[in-house]
Design a protein around this ligand. Structure first.
Ligand code: NAD
Length: 463
């Protein structure tokens, strides 16, 4: 198949020709690359990163430090700490029947990789996978989201400064650029985004049998029972829901609360919101905005739909289109067919559902697609165990939310509709590597005595 007309063929081909040179780079060279990336993010470009993400969606600098810069620096530090052992050949036992040989496997780079990233944590979700890809010895083409153009420009400047195009290249562009890239025969595609686009990526990958990592989304539930310290649970829940203006793949999408606690729960949320963002979040320096008008209008349509279904806006509901502002909003009494209960919200709107019995909650969750995250707040071990073992989710956190993302020792990713494959730390390194098995025959003989012709004696030995 000819790719000559593809606008990205030249850069792809240059990486293909260079992949073995990059793959053979020693441990030290890989560490040097990671150090250079760390220095660029932490020092040279730190201010530019903060300013760019603020320009894209008014994300406060402190939040950029906490949720963009710090996690990538953490990824790099973790990879540096462990890369030597990850790169080592992994010896395994050889069964007696294969006497006289030894066996091991090695993590070899997959080759030329594509990373397609979303806009919601534009630096973290682009450079995080890049760290794993570099650690594993690959060449990489990156396609960040067109919705956060300021930070894409800064990331492009970093990549152009640190890498030649035949090793790592960043291509700015929209869906068309993404589609053109997906035509090329990459060895691995690491995609972060919506389940709808994830299906498109997987279809395109199947043309070349490229392996995929799909980090997707969905509706992640939180459950709060009546054994927990409600004030503390609410504080954590409100942070997890409204950080990044609710535009977080693992944010609690909706929450189940014991029916008897509904009113006090809502009162606690109101108090906590005031503590975080004052009585008017629009004037708060700690509250980001919706990324663009398209997503603003999508969320406003969810609110209108809720009102048309006679749902109750318990808190918030105010919007300002000029600034893509939506107040922190809490909604109850939503029917199942409302958009807020059907679609991934990805914004600062929290639906509340009440329950009497934990079994109803489990049944409800299991009628939906497997969520990316599931949260349970409880002091009751049996309730926690019951929820975890009777539901399915990519990731869970008990008595908190979102923070499990920052443990590099944990695999991160969804299950089926919320994702395929895992990222972070060792799991990210694995994702960008092929586990190549090797067996070495040391002595003569081995199983050769079983080669044809199959005599009666040989047949007896096999039996
Ligand atoms: P998206 O799927 O619309 O876009 C992601 C990327 O895909 C962008 O770079 C975009 O240019 C590209 N793209 C869009 N349409 C395409 C098409 N038809 N063909 C090829 N490429 C296409 O997602 P988004 O709006 O940027 O991000 C929000 C979604 O991402 C949410 O569903 C969220 O849950 C999910 N997400 C998941 C994670 C995770 O780690 N699992 C993290 C962040 C976001």
């Amino acid at each position: 198949m000819s790719y000559m007309g593809n606008p990205f063929y030249n850069v792809f081909n240059s990486q293909k020709s260079n992949q073995f040179a990059v793959a053979k780079a020693s441990y030290k060279k890989r560490i040097n690359k990671l150090n250079a990336l760390k220095n660029a993010i932490e020092n040279t470009y730190k201010d530019a990163i903060r300013e760019a993400i603020y320009a894209d969606f008014k994300k406060p600098y402190a939040e950029t430090d906490l949720t963009e810069i710090y996690p990538v620096i953490g990824d790099i530090k973790f990879a540096k700490q462990h890369l030597k052992s990850w790169m080592k050949r992994q010896k395994v036992e050889t069964p007696l029947a294969l006497l006289g040989s030894s066996s091991w496997y090695i993590y070899e780079p997959k080759g030329v990789c594509l990373i397609i990233s979303p806009w919601n944590f534009p630096l973290n979700l682009t450079f995080g996978p890049l760290v794993s890809a570099i650690a594993a010895g690959n060449t990489v083409i990156i396609k960040p989201s067109e919705m956060t153009p300021h930070i894409s420009k800064v990331m492009k400047a970093i990549i152009s400064e640190l890498f030649s195009e035949n090793e790592v290249a960043l291509i700015e562009g929209d869906v068309k650029a993404s589609q053109a890239l997906l035509e090329l025969p990459f060895n691995h595609i690491f995609f972060t985004g919506s389940p709808q686009v994830g299906k498109i990526v997987m279809k395109a990958a199947s043309n070349h049998l490229a392996s995929v990592t799909l980090e997707l989304g969905g509706k992640s539930p939180a459950i709060i029972d009546d054994t927990i310290n409600l004030k503390r649970a609410v504080k954590r829940l409100v942070w997890g829901k409204f950080v990044n203006n609710g535009q977080t793949c693992i944010a609690p999408d909706y929450v189940f609360i014991k029916a008897s606690l509904k009113d006090v729960f809502i009162a606690e949320i109101r108090k906590q919101l005031q503590k975080f963002y004052s009585t008017n979040a629009e004037t708060s320096d700690s509250y980001s905005r919706i990324v663009n008008k398209k997503h603003f209008n999508r969320l406003v349509s969810y609110l209108q739909d809720a009102k048309s279904h006679s749902a109750t806006i318990e808190i918030g509901g105010q919007t300002n289109q000029d600034d893509c502002y939506i107040a922190p909003t809490v909604v109850s009494n939503l029917p199942e067919d409302s958009l807020l209960m059907q679609e991934e919200i990805f914004g600062p709107i929290l639906p509340i559902k009440v329950y009497e019995n934990i079994d109803e909650v489990i049944t409800y969750i299991n009628t939906k697609e497997k969520p990316l995250a599931l949260y349970i707040y409880s002091k009751h071990k049996r309730t926690i165990d019951k929820v975890i073992s009777n539901t399915r989710a990519g990731t869970s956190c008990i008595n908190n939310n979102v923070v499990q993302y920052s443990n590099h020792n944990l695999p991160f990713g969804g299950s089926n509709n919320s994702g395929i494959g895992k990222s972070h730390g060792y799991f990210g390194f694995q994702e960008f590597s092929n586990m190549r098995s090797v067996m070495k025959q040391h002595t003569k003989g081995s199983v050769e005595f079983l080669f044809p012709p199959y005599t009666t004696l040989k047949q007896k030995i096999v039996d």
